[in-house]
Ligand binder design. Sequence first.
Ligand SMILES: [Zn+2]
Length: 484
Amino acid sequence: MDNSFKNILILITLLVLPAIGAAASIAVFSDGVVYNAESYKIGEDEYISAEALAKVFRGRLQWNDKLHKGKLTFSGHSVVLIPDNPFVLVDKGFLSIPVTPQLHGGKLMISVLTVPAIFSKASGKKVVWDPEARTLLIGRGAPNIKGIRFSSSPSGTKVVLDLTKPLKYRPRSLPKNKFEVFLEGGVLNSSDISAKSCPGLIRSVDAETTDDGARVVFHLNKRHVKAKVLSLKGPNRLLVTFTPGRKEVVVEKRALEVIVVDPGHGGRDPGAVGRTGLCEKTVTLDIGKRVAELLRRKLHVKVILTRTKDEFVSLAERAKIANENKADLFVSIHCNASLKRESGGTETYFLSVAKTDWARAVEARENAVIKFELPEAAGDTASLDYILWDMAQNEFLNESSEFAEVIQKELTSRFRIEDRGLNQAGFYVLKGCYMPAILVELAFISNRKEEKLLKKDSFRGKAAQGIYEGIKSFKKAYERKLNL
Ligand SMILES: [Zn+2]
């Protein structure tokens, strides 16, 4: 064979046989279950194998070599496909399709464009091909409840359902130590959720996707358990906490009902002291009492002060007070101090944990030591009041930062001193405390002008009003988010 003839033959072959190859993969979401199927490009069209679709529909594919046709059967339905034939037999009716099935490499292929028409008719389910996202959605489609996480401590068990978008939910207790959360429009990633083993107060979890949403049922180990459900965002998730209680399973109110106001320092711990002798502990107690009074009178919420007189209360005790009262919000009131006399202004901290175990360990050590260091060596950070914190706060970073932002705004709009903005710090001890928490540094007691302000009745009134307004608007926004 001479070369030119060989070239012509190759050219003819290329023209006659359309190119075939595994083009890419297609994600198939069938009622919350995810499959990855290979797709093949034949000419201009994209195909998926009938075999892959049989797997998705939990059916089987039979190829009849003599009659040169394939039959796919699943849950009482059948689809008969003939290569290069524009008619498909679905159960007992014919369906005309624009792109014919193909036989390639011994595999029966179906054009992805024709899959919705064929399989919605056969299964009675909604079937959609999304070419942009390269996904095939069947029935309830993609899961919006991605997974479930558990963690347990002596104070209770925490469950986090990771969501792709916010979902409305309805919690209720059921007989025989069961607690149910129904998520409207929820679609479970069922393979992930049922496979987990459960710790602490939970014995097992049943989860199912129904026509109008997802039902998650917790089987509890004990009769006396308190359950609380909270919707959180950034990332979207639903937090369900179980704590040992005195009564049978009860759903707690989801609104912000219990607020802990924490006047910093007290007793033998005066906090920072100003040049004229004004003590931080005196200012924080007076303002804390004013905030509590406003909240009780105007917002009708339960308010707990961590101290009501000039007494020493340890951080651990403050944490215990918040824990035992199942606080929904925690506000710690302080005054700032610095060796730099000119430093001044208002700043609000939201309490956060260090990013790594090592950083946490270092921060914890530094904080424990800081009180023993010389003020000169400690520098500006010595003035910062740390509240010991727990990993549980991770769940509330967004809420706490939003809360800090609104408090800072309300305070600085009332004061005529520098707005130092938001900051984050903190560590651990409020074990099992699930609440947004902040710490305000109203003004610098070490600054002559600001110390004078902190003595004034009018300034203290403005501070209390600012904190009160901040709590009020945060509560409103928070409850609107929960659809209360
Ligand atoms: Zn302080």
